[in-house]
Design a protein around this ligand. Structure first.
Ligand code: FES
Length: 89
C-alpha cells in the first residue's frame, strides 16, 4: 500500500510504500533529505511529523522521549502508517 507524503509548506506529494523507510521513498521521488547513517543513530535526517503516523522496526531510534512526543521522527528508519505531512526541523 502506498501513502502520500508531503513536505511542508509547499512540497509536492510523493508516494511512500508502507514497507519502505521514508528516506528511501523520498530519494526515489527525487526529494532530497539530509541523511548519513541510515540506521537511526546519527539524527542527520531528523524531521518533524506535522500530521499522520509512522512506526519503527528498531527498538528505540535515536530520539529522546520528549522529541518523540513533540513529533520528531527519523525518516531513515520510519515507515509510514498513514498519509503524512512533514517538515525539516
Ligand atoms: S540518517 Fe542517521 S538517523 Fe537518519
Amino acid at each position: 500500500m502506498d501513502f502520500q507524503v508531503r513536505m511542508a509548506p509547499d512540497g509536492l506529494p510523493f508516494p511512500a510504500p508502507a514497507g519502505q523507510p521514508l528516506l528511501q521513498s523520498a530519494a526515489r521521488a527525487g526529494v532530497e533529505m539530509p541523511s548519513s547513517c541510515r540506521n537511526g543513530t546519527c539524527r542527520a535526517c531528523i524531521s518533524r511529523l506535522l500530521d499522520g503516523r509512522v512506526s519503527y522496526r528498531i527498538e528505540w531510534p535515536g530520539l529522546l522521549p520528549e522529541e518523540k512526543a513533540e513529533g520528531f521522527i527519523l525518516p531513515c528508519v520510519a515507515y509510514p502508517e498513514t498519509d503524512l505531512l512533514l517538515s525539516f526541523r
